[in-house]
Design a binder for this molecule. Structure first.
Ligand SMILES: Cc1ncc(COP(=O)(O)O)c(C=O)c1O
Length: 349
């Protein structure tokens, strides 16, 4: 089976498993795990921030970030299909008492004007003041789309101008950096806090970072305990993440090239794929109204794809365990499976 449901599905490589086996470990709650300490140092550098804190998941990193940046009753602006909005169980409200306002986005992005138009009267006794903004890069549900650096800089600038805190959900920041040709540190440095996930394109079994100033990270370390994310001999996992920083960042371009090749092959076969939307490792395929049936037909041909928030669209995600041969096989199998349900070009979302 060629599993294109998500880039979270990778198996640790033999070399990563060796790094895990060799890891020096200690009690990371006491800051005595040398491998976690080294990962936090390297991770902060990678993300263009002063300090980083190692966590089990990117969801926890996002939730801790929002918790330390906002106060109960504050309003948070986020694109309406962002992971924070759709897939974190209302966490900003449940954990931090935030009112989340979903901004309509284009390819997962929103503009400085949209931020300004959602600024509220901070002196009013009725209105939740807008205090936080979160950006997702790459943006998952729009198909792994990348924020151009100029747009990031403009959003950060408008947040600074209006005294708003700004978080980057960079779960796939390594993909965004490769996709835009801009270093992750340059993208990350303007934000108050940044999330990075190791269990997606970087191919680790688990692990994430939150990064920010030393002052904010002192609060994030408290948040890590508060949210139940403080671990013990976590160097076992941090070793995989260090291995990924050394060996899996530079190869992400291979995933992107394979995604483009898959997209081109599917489009040439007449399927609803818009090549302009393939900027990183996701390919979105518009399969028409019977999406569940299409997913089953594709599965019968030996390929797994998954749903998206868009009712007629499935996604195929390239990752570390997908080879050129797998792409070739998928280019054959998916059109064959969908022969009866071909649709027009995928519209911009
Ligand atoms: C953009 C984005 N942020 C955060 C997460 C959460 O990651 P985790 O599953 O590690 O909590 C995901 C997971 O898919 C994601 O796509």
């Amino acid at each position: 089976m060629i599993d294109l449901r998500s880039d979270t599905l990778t198996q640790p490589t033999p070399a990563m498993r060796e790094a895990i086996a060799r890891a020096a470990v200690g009690d990371e709650q006491k800051r005595e795990d040398p491998t976690v300490n080294e990962l936090e140092r390297r991770g902060a550098e990678f993300l263009g921030q002063e300090e980083a804190v190692f966590l089990p998941t990117a969801t926890m990193a996002n939730q801790i970030a929002l918790n330390i940046l906002g106060n109960p009753g504050d309003a948070l602006l986020v694109e309406r299909h962002a992971h924070i909005m759709l897939s974190e169980l209302g966490g900003p409200a449940a954990h931090s008492g935030l009112l989340t306002i979903g901004l309509p986005g284009t390819n997962g992005r929103f503009s400085p004007d949209q931020v300004v138009s959602e600024l509220r009267d901070r002196t009013s006794v009725h209105v939740a003041p807008t205090r936080l903004v979160a950006v997702e890069n790459t943006h998952n549900s729009s198909g792994g789309r990348v924020w151009p650096l100029a747009e990031i800089d403009a959003i950060v600038a408008v947040c600074r101008e209006h005294d708003l805190r700004i978080h980057l959900d960079g779960a796939r920041l390594a993909n965004a950096a490769t996709g835009s040709g801009v270093e992750a540190a340059r993208i990350g440095r303007g934000f108050d806090t940044v999330t990075l996930c190791f269990s997606k394109g970087l191919g680790c079994p688990l692990g994430a970072l939150i990064a920010g100033s030393a002052e904010l990270m002192a609060r994030a370390r408290r948040g890590k305990h508060y949210f139940g994310g403080a671990m013990r001999q976590a160097g076992i996992v941090a070793a995989a993440a260090l291995y990924a920083l050394d060996h899996h960042v530079d190869r992400i371009g291979d995933d992107h090239a394979r995604a483009r090749r898959l997209a081109a092959g599917l489009a040439a076969a007449g399927l609803g794929v818009d090549l302009d939307q393939v900027e990183t490792n996701f390919v979105q395929i518009d399969v028409g109204a019977d999406r569940a049936g299409a997913i089953e037909q594709i599965k019968e041909r030996g390929v797994l794809v998954s749903t998206t928030v868009h009712p007629t669209v499935v996604r195929a995600v390239i990752h570390l365990d997908i080879s050129d041969e797998d792409v070739d096989a998928a280019v054959e199998a998916i059109p064959a499976a969908l022969g009866a349900t071909r649709t027009g070009a995928l519209r911009a979302r």
